[in-house]
Design a protein around this ligand. Structure first.
Ligand code: ATR
Length: 270
């Protein structure tokens, strides 16, 4: 019988996950379907239960459900627990749900293996202290950077996260306006400001010719952050397309026991 998978979110029509997972299935010769399923927040519990009843084997979870799902699964992986968010659910034959989070490993794979950006013993900066930042901090600290600084408009949120992840490695909090005096090897934009076409008031002094810049957001043209970074002299600038494909490959591995080759899909991305 064909196994069924999907991604749940709201809105979901824009999701690239069905295209990516269908290509993975074709490549790995796996008999499965993968669909985008729109679930409004107020219907999350009932519609999730209906999907389980219908025999679905696994689900990806995207905005706005990543945090709420944590309380609806029976078991959580260590990395999902650390992130406080789930992007991958596996459902066993008894209908029990295990939540995992592949966002962090998706990002570190894209950075280190696809883009050749070194993380070990480097100074890293994350701009933003919301859900996206929580998902990536544990995996970035796992790569043993020299330091990981989190800067946020609301500085208390950056301080809270630095405290929460302190036992995993050298993680610090900083205000945007104090960044100008510091030097970084990699800057990751994890704010959602780009969704409204904005670049927050980051000090341009953080951009040096050697710094790598990575936006977790992605778009068919330059994102506002990528445009801003290039304008201020950054040469090594990337959008989050590779992370999207790599986190999907990690989900596929969890579900099917095979890690697809992401190169053919990444080759067709902007
Ligand atoms: P996500 O799940 O995408 O991380 P989130 O949890 O709502 O979404 O977090 C959004 C992040 O983008 C926060 O760090 C937010 O800063 P605040 O904590 O100060 O709200 C940041 N952000 C969004 N719009 C921004 C803007 N215009 N300027 C600066 N930071 C912004």
């Amino acid at each position: 019988m064909t196994d069924r998978y999907g991604v749940i979110g709201h809105p979901i029509a824009h999701s690239k996950s069905p295209v990516i997972h269908r290509q993975f299935a074709e490549q790995a010769r796996q008999d499965l379907t993968y669909d985008a399923i729109d679930i409004a927040p107020e219907h999350l519990t009932t519609e999730l239960n209906a999907l389980i009843e219908s025999g679905v084997k696994g689900l990806n979870v995207t905005v706005p459900h990543k945090n709420a799902i944590v309380d609806l699964v029976d078991d959580l992986s260590k990395r999902a627990k650390l992130a406080g968010a789930v992007n991958t659910i596996s459902i066993n034959s008894k209908g029990a749900l295990r939540g995992d989070n592949t966002d962090g490993v998706g990002l570190t794979r894209d950075l280190t293996e696809n883009l050749g950006i070194k993380l070990a013993r480097r100074q890293l900066l994350i701009l933003g202290a919301g859900g996206a930042t929580c998902g990536i901090v544990p995996a970035l600290l796992g790569e043993r950077p020299e330091g990981l600084t989190i800067a946020n408009r609301t500085s208390e949120k950056a301080e809270d996260l630095a405290e929460r992840f302190a036992e995993l490695g050298p993680v610090y909090a900083c205000r945007f306006d104090a960044l100008a005096d510091l030097e970084f090897d990699l800057i990751i934009n994890a704010t959602s400001a780009g969704l409204s076409g904005k670049v927050p008031p980051f000090p341009a002094a953080i951009i040096t010719p050697d710094v790598a810049c990575y936006d977790l957001s992605y778009s068919m043209s330059d994102t506002p952050f990528c445009h801003w970074a290039r304008k201020h002299g950054a040469a090594d600038v990337h959008q989050g397309w590779g992370m999207l494909v790599e986190q999907a490959a990690e989900s596929f591995l969890i579900w099917r026991g095979v890690r697809p080759d992401t190169a053919p899909i990444r080759a067709h991305l902007p």
